[in-house]
Ligand binder design. Structure first.
Ligand code: PXL
Length: 290
């Protein structure tokens, strides 16, 4: 019998504290109706933004885990990768995509490695070229503006016009993915809003979505965004609706968290927010980037 729950192979780290990667991806995609099969790239005490974090890299274990999955003949409706524990893991993930993805598999690569103009604490510069290669195998990629700039060998921009955003998306599409998305865009016309933009190479249309900015930052919002985007596309939504749902959920989860005072490490209160994922889509505030 066919599995009634579409399955997602989630290739990310497990950070014990600090909501990000698998600790947000699993609850979000489960709530959206998918069976998540985690393939952990590393186990960390906390995400790399908290000083003194400990990391255990699982590069040596991954081939054995993958071979066991192959022996079980596992099939996935989506493959979604993110934070890698070592540069060598890029080749392993690349082989995983080659072996497990069929023509119908949704392959999403989030090239998690940097933000605010800087590589994360555990990331060697060689990761940039490896992520670039991995993105070539994906249908959807979700870099933030820093990761997009690093992969394109450009300066991280202070602001971009709408026509520059389109050019950046086309440059990312030239790397191979059909649907490049850029998050945390410093869009000159919308500096008071979070902005994300996407290009769909299937119909050659560009899309823009976003929400008003709050005067705060939370860790893991990129992982939350990409998980909801992945779940929404798997549910059959169009690219702009998926973008809009992902922006809406990130903004809602941030607002829910922001209302509390005295939270220690700026972590999203995800469990207070998950219900919003099961609500029907009653809004649509995306724009066509003409
Ligand atoms: O949210 C991205 C992310 C994922 N995993 C780890 C991280 C970060 C960002 O800092 O440190 C371990």
């Amino acid at each position: 019998m066919q599995n009634p729950l579409p399955r997602v192979a989630a290739i990310h780290d497990l950070s014990g504290y600090g909501r990000c990667s698998l600790t947000v991806i699993i609850p979000i995609l489960s709530t959206m109706g998918f069976e998540v099969c985690p393939l952990p790239t590393a186990v960390l005490s906390t995400h790399t933004g908290i000083e003194g974090f400990k990391i255990f890299d699982l590069t040596e274990q991954l081939p054995g885990f993958i071979n066991h999955w192959k022996a079980q003949n596992l099939r996935f409706e989506a493959i979604y990768s993110g934070f890698l524990g070592s540069v060598e893991q890029a080749d392993i993930v690349s082989g995983f995509i080659r072996d497990f993805a069929g023509p119908e598999t949704l392959v999403v690569v989030d090239p998690v490695m940097a933000d605010f103009g800087q590589l994360y604490a555990s990331m060697p510069p060689a990761m940039i070229g490896e992520m670039r290669k991995l993105c070539a195998q994906a249908k959807v990629i979700t870099p933030n503006i820093t990761e997009a700039a690093f992969m394109l060998g450009r300066e991280v921009p202070q602001s971009l016009s709408e026509s520059e955003v389109k050019e950046w998306l086309l440059a990312l599409a030239d790397m191979g993915p059909t649907m490049p998305v850029i998050t945390s865009l410093p869009l000159a016309s919308k500096m008071d809003r979070s902005a994300v933009a996407a290009y769909n190479g299937e119909d050659k249309r560009f899309w823009l979505a976003g929400r008003p900015l709050l005067p705060t930052q939370y860790h893991g919002t990129g992982d939350i965004f990409s998980s909801v985007l992945t779940g929404s596309l798997l549910q059959g939504d169009s690219l702009p609706i998926a973008l809009d749902r992902a922006c809406h959920f990130v903004a809602t989860a941030m607002q829910i968290t922001f209302g509390y005072s005295g939270l220690d490490h700026h972590e999203i209160l995800l469990e207070r927010s998950l219900n919003a994922l099961t609500a029907p889509v009653t809004y649509a505030s995306f724009e066509l980037l003409a």
